[in-house]
Design a protein around this ligand. Sequence first.
Ligand code: HEC
Ligand code: HEC
Length: 384
Amino acid sequence: MLITIKFPTNLFLVITIFILFSCQNEEEIVFENEEIISALPTDIISPSDNPYSEAKFELGQSLFWDPILSGMKDISCATCHHPDFGYGDGRSLSSGINGEGIGPNRIRGTVIKRNAPTIINTAFNGIDVNGNYTPSSAPMFWDNRASGLEEQALLPILDHDEMRGPNIAAEDILDTIVNRLSTIPAYVTMFSIAFGDEMINEDRLSKALATFQRNIVANNSRFDQYANGNVNALSNAEIRGMNTFIDVGCANCHSGPMMSDYQLHTLSVPENPLIEDDGATGNFDFRTPTLRNLNFTAPYMHNGAFNNLRDVLRFYADLSRGNGESQNQNVALNQIARDARNLRLGNGEAEEIIVFLNTLNDENFDKTIPNEVPSGLSVGGNID
Ligand code: HEC
Ligand code: HEC
């Protein structure tokens, strides 16, 4: 100690300085940003007309993996939402009917115009910065066109390219599927345990699929641990990255526990050469995606335009540099969201942000692959 303490005033000063310093140190380690980004809830809310039960989850899991839900019995939900690919499919654009294999190696399948998002944490889609969400109206898809996992679940089955195929009309496919399920004794038993009687219908089909998906969560990333009070869960570099993420303006859209405002924005992501996509309202606008578990779900954006996070950050830097420049010839500069053009992003910031994004991964999600499905068809469809 350099200061010799002769006078009480000096002592007072030293103590004051000490207190000031210790407060500052504390400020560095206390999580201050919970009004912008925060931990995911530890419990999951279900809609009041579709409460959770283990029987419903198990039925939903079987249905999710069973190609019996597709017109030609060749493709299942899990073909495009597979645990090996973080419940996406690891492809730029998804691959539908008539295909063979899985992930980037899948061949011949009909090209779907969008990238398959993960189903992990879709329980929390629409969650706001205060942690509130309504499961029955949770926004689904890159354009938010479906509300809730229950409504979403039947849409891939109805879609010609994803699951229905050419042989069965859209107005007949759900009846066909229900009839098929009703002739399989194991399903009759499972439906009756899950719903109280043997009736099988579209409503119950969607409820079981939704219950399964709602309970595939990964809500204990190191960021969650930190935000819940474990100050040692993140390193200083990761905390710096988090603050940079907020300071440069990413969190103006990537906010709340999912790091998404669930709003539509126009960014000018380059078109995929295979297919043009003008977005939700024809304005090349897409929903802000979650930034959780990015480690498992490359490539990124609605059309898989970028293979890695560095390319995503380079895109944002090009967009915001100077007065910004559109990265998509269909999109005029003044169509692009102001928050995206006004990012304060250089190379140093980009590296720091990537360090932070890596704290949002939680490896610990349910990766169960059933040994068999009740139809006896191949598990997951034509994927081996
Ligand atoms: C051929 C591949 C494919 C199949 C099969 C498929 N999906 Fe998807 N899934 C996608 C694609 C692509 C999207 C994004 C579509 C869009 O945004 O327009 C998507 C979106 C979703 C979403 C929305 C996630 C979010 O955060 O918005 C859910 C949930 C989902 N699928 C569940 C299912 C279920 C349940 C099944 C089976 C009944 C299924 N999918 C079958 C490719 C597929
Ligand atoms: C104006 C709102 C907005 C701002 C600001 C913004 N984003 Fe995004 N982000 C989006 C939207 C919308 C998409 C999807 C765009 C698309 O697919 O066409 C997206 C996509 C992404 C993706 C791809 C995720 C995936 O699963 O495909 C990453 C990563 C990302 N943003 C990170 C960032 C980072 C880091 C920043 C700050 C440098 C940032 N974003 C700033 C709205 C925004």
